[in-house]
Ligand binder design. Structure first.
Ligand code: KG4
Ligand code: ZN
Length: 357
């Protein structure tokens, strides 16, 4: 089954053709990051406008690279939640138009479910159940993946997401947006023991995270040093910060895996590209005798192939949307689009025979 998937939830316009949820036939991504960097973060209005400009060439490129036309596509999938509402709406409306014009089923996909599914594209042997650490710019979750469309959130951040903490700490250290990757590079040159940073805990919630105190500690350390005229070893501050974040993430994931009896572990989301985190998770799993999976670096950040992978399993579960599909800026991963299945009767009507589109 060939799915044409579209992703526009943040600052990447992406389209991909994926076969049977596991094989990438093409994956086109147009990133706006260079433009948003000028403003120190994603500007929603600019993101929406660029998606409008980019979506047609990106979808054409994905179809062209896969060597197929719409006739060879069995379903259209689109990220419909969560994300920037104006950005999501571009993909959702384009996908609705395409599904209607080509008379194909439309499958709505939850963005974070897609991040988890990036693992299926790289690891043919990976099947639920497994425990997944989802670490992106907007989300930090420990998710028990009970089935391909059955998710249970075991822990979540109470404030900043891990990627957000990386980006805010990076900004304070003088790096450009998005700074997670620059902290990663600087950390490789620094001494992680040089600065002592707090490891925030959430009382009574052993698997929940809190990163805003850690971010503030970095900002205060830099501020105090500046006031005293002292220089800060940025490489070592980056190394100390990265190690602290990685320890918090791996400690809680390890505790959750033990408590829930999970022996297959996966990582997902933009921050799963972090070299320190990948090494820490691999070491943890090796020490515990657990299986460990992470997407290749090319599939950690936002892309449409991961949406096409998850869409295959949503389709198998009967999830469909119609012309009434709307985008949602926030939605729990456990909720997904089960409702869309219930409303199938209101799906896209077939075009009257012979009608022009
Ligand atoms: O999953 P993603 O591409 O977008 C969202 O859905 O949010 O994640 C983007 C986040 C950004 O915060 C970015 O700084 C972070 O992933 N990131 C990294 C690395 N590469 C990307 N953070 C730490 N180390 C990296 N190597
Ligand atoms: Zn993402």
């Amino acid at each position: 089954m060939n799915i044409l998937a579209i992703e526009s939830s943040c600052d990447e316009t992406a389209a991909a053709v994926v076969t049977d949820g596991r094989t990438i036939r093409s994956s086109a991504i147009d990133s706006q990051v260079a433009e948003h960097r000028l403003y120190g973060g994603v500007v929603p209005e600019i993101a929406s406008r660029r998606h409008c400009e980019n979506i047609v060439p990106v979808v054409e490129k994905a179809l062209g690279d896969a060597g197929c036309t719409l006739a060879g596509i069995d379903a259209v999938a689109v990220t419909a939640a969560p994300g920037l509402i104006g950005a999501l709406l571009v993909g959702v409306n384009y996908a609705k138009g395409l599904a209607y014009a080509a008379d194909k089923p439309l499958v709505p996909v939850h963005h974070i479910r897609g991040h988890i599914a990036a693992n299926y594209l790289a690891h043919p042997s990976l099947e639920p159940p497994f425990l997944c650490l989802v670490v992106s710019g907007g989300h930090t979750h420990i998710v028990r993946v009970n089935g391909y469309t059955d998710f249970q959130v075991i822990g979540r951040t109470r404030d900043d997401a891990a990627g957000e903490a990386f980006d805010k700490a990076a900004r304070a250290m003088g790096f450009a947006y998005p700074g997670g990757v620059y902290i990663d590079q600087a950390a490789g040159r620094g001494d992680p023991d040089r600065y002592r940073l707090p490891k925030p805990r959430v009382d009574g919630a052993p698997y929940d995270f809190s990163f805003s105190g850690l971010k503030t500690a970095v900002i205060n350390l830099l501020h105090n040093a500046r006031q005293k005229g002292e220089t800060v070893d940025i490489d070592s501050l980056a190394a100390s910060f990265q190690r602290t974040v990685c320890e918090v993430l791996t400690d809680k994931l390890c505790a959750a895996a033990r408590a829930y009896g999970c022996t297959t572990i996966a990582a997902a989301g933009g921050v799963s590209a972090n070299s320190g985190l990948r090494a820490a998770l691999e070491q943890m799993c090796r020490a515990q005798g657990w299986q460990y999976f992470a997407p290749p670096l090319s599939l950690c950040g936002d892309n449409a192939a991961m949406i096409g992978a998850q869409a295959y399993y949503e389709y198998q579960a009967g999830v469909r949307a119609g012309a009434d599909l709307n985008a949602a800026p926030s939605m729990d991963i456990a909720e997904g689009f089960a409702q869309a299945r219930a409303q199938r009767a209101f799906g896209i009507p077939s075009r009257p025979a012979g009608s022009a589109v």
